[in-house]
Design a protein around this ligand. Structure first.
Ligand SMILES: C[S@@+](CC[C@H](N)C(=O)[O-])C[C@H]1O[C@@H](n2cnc3c(N)ncnc32)[C@H](O)[C@@H]1O
Length: 292
């Protein structure tokens, strides 16, 4: 499982966004307002490029706010093309594009955006590309992960869950052994009970689903088919672990935000600024802005 595959699986399963959907409304509203603010400064017939777009969360918001605008979203993953979306003729999502090597001509875009995406790439390679494709007077606006944010803290807790699940002879190992006939149902139930008794946070999304899956596996006799089902489920859990590890690594602390700004100024961007985004006194991310 490489970094890209984990996102391929995620976007191909039809998710529309990655960091906001499992959070709360106030967060969605704050983020939406940041894009509304960006749209206010756009006049007519502009072209916007959204980096690391996923399934087009930002293009979908912007296309409803700006008329006469073409929005291209690019992502390294095999993102799922939009269909039947309102305004989708204004949006083009292009998969398999690395933002460190953008296939667009110089001085093309009026605005380059990214929502929890730009920071996943090496900024030393990606920011010069942003400089290249922006028109003079055009600007960038990125919402990036903050290392103290609610999203990152929640993800760090999930990483601990994964660590416990993937322990040798832990719950995942024992499910796999059971489906091969190498562990009994009572052994599997015992491991499940030990896992449930562990004094750490367990999310519904990960532990909750897996605990339910144990009941399903136990209701079936070991077989090749059951083992294949377990392998598929384990691959999906690995993909989720990889995605969350990438999110944690991508997050920026104070020093990272300073280096980002220094790099942007060195490249020639003007009005470079960073601001911590907060919702209900919780840190949510960074807003990084600048002008070509
Ligand atoms: C947290 S998701 C954000 C997706 C979207 N912006 C959203 O808010 O729903 C991060 C995305 O960054 C993409 N990504 C990571 N590294 C990349 C790179 N070097 N070039 C292009 N996309 C990249 C991943 O494939 C993933 O879709």
């Amino acid at each position: 499982m490489n970094d890209k595959n984990a996102w391929d699986i995620y976007w191909q399963s039809g998710h529309k966004e990655s960091c906001i959907s499992d959070s709360y409304d106030a967060l969605s509203n704050t983020i939406r307002n940041i894009w509304i603010e960006a749209a206010k400064h756009l006049t007519h017939k502009v072209e916007i490029l959204d980096l690391a777009t996923g399934n087009g969360s930002v293009p979908r918001i912007l296309s409803k706010l700006c008329t006469n605008t073409k929005i291209i979203g690019v992502d390294r993953a095999n993102v799922f093309p939009l269909n039947n979306e309102q305004n989708s003729n204004a949006i083009e999502l292009i998969p398999n594009i690395d933002i460190t090597d953008l296939p667009f001509s110089k001085n093309r875009f009026d605005l380059v955006t990214s929502q929890f995406g730009f920071e996943y790439a090496d900024e030393n390679l990606a920011l010069p590309q942003v400089y290249k494709v922006l028109k003079e007077g055009g600007s960038f606006r990125f919402i990036s992960h903050h290392s103290n944010s609610k999203i990152v803290t929640m993800n760090n807790r999930k990483l601990y869950e994964f660590k416990r699940l993937f322990e040798t002879n832990g719950l995942i190992d024992t499910i796999s052994q059971y489906t091969l006939g190498a562990a009994t149902s009572s052994q599997l139930l015992e491991v499940k009970q030990d896992y449930m008794n562990g004094q750490f946070d367990k999310s519904n999304q990960i532990s909750g689903q897996l605990i339910k899956a144990v009941d399903y596996f136990i209701s079936q006799a070991p077989s090749d088919t059951l083992h294949t089902q377990a392998k598929d489920m384990i691959a999906r859990i690995h993909a989720e672990q990889s995605r969350i590890e990438q999110m944690s690594k991508a997050s920026l602390d104070e020093n990272d935000s300073k280096s980002f700004k220094a790099l942007a100024k060195q490249l020639g961007f003007k009005d470079v600024a960073s601001k911590v985004i907060e919702v209900d006194q919780n840190v949510i991310g960074w807003l990084l802005t600048g002008k070509r």
